[in-house]
Design a protein around this ligand. Structure first.
Ligand code: AMP
Length: 196
């Protein structure tokens, strides 16, 4: 069982998504605070990012924002989050998301969330990141993504073993258990990263 103390969350910046996504974000943030798990996120003040930070702060939890300087300059940083790391670039930010965390969770999101999630999956496939990756499938939003990943395996772009890289769950209350019980992944993954 993995010990989970600090988790990185990827999620949408959009404020115009269905209420169900905000509810799921709020429930996940509450579960983290109740279990004394610290949160790392993109530092935004609106959308699901804003909801995540608002809830963690409201419930007395700890949250760190990691944001590139140019986003701070256009005042995208959450006003009430006090713990911030500002980076020179988007690349540096993505790298920092993965440092010193025990796992990561992708909530529903757009290209930003997908990009961050896919970089983490790719690094894990190469053995450069080994922590649990959980995808919260609220409203079955990620059904096409699940299908795409399965298709990649069915068509030998990946091996069946790669399915252990990620875990899909439907409810926010399942996330911590999924993080704790995710299959162990090793740095040796480079040995079976590709199909020959
Ligand atoms: P998306 O899932 O496309 O909404 O992307 C989320 C990601 O978009 C974040 O990690 C940021 O890279 C970026 N982003 C877009 N808008 C904002 C915002 N208002 N505040 C913070 N980050 C944002």
């Amino acid at each position: 069982m993995h010990s989970i103390k600090r988790v990185c969350v990827y999620c949408a910046s959009s404020a115009q998504v269905d209420r169900a996504y905000f509810d799921a974000t709020e429930r996940l943030a509450t579960a983290f605070v109740d279990n004394q798990i610290d949160v790392v996120y993109g530092g935004g003040g609106i959308g699901l990012m804003g909801q995540l930070a608002d809830t963690v702060l409201e419930k007395g939890g700890r949250i760190t924002g990691i944001m590139p300087n140019f986003m701070r300059e256009v005042e995208w940083a959450h006003k009430k989050v006090t713990d911030f790391v500002f980076t020179a670039s988007m690349h540096e930010r993505k790298q920092k998301f993965l440092e010193e965390v025990d796992g990561l969770v992708a909530l529903a999101g757009g290209t930003g969330t997908l990009e961050e999630l896919f970089e983490a999956i790719t690094l894990k496939r190469l053995g450069l990141f080994t922590k649990p990756i959980i995808i919260l499938n609220t409203r079955d939003y990620y059904a096409p993504l699940k299908e795409m990943l399965d298709r990649g395996i069915a068509e030998n772009f990946m091996a069946p073993v790669h399915r252990s890289i990620w875990t899909f769950v439907d409810e926010p209350e399942q996330v911590i258990d999924a993080l704790q019980n995710a299959p162990v992944w090793s740095e040796d993954a480079i040995r079976f990263a590709t199909l020959r």
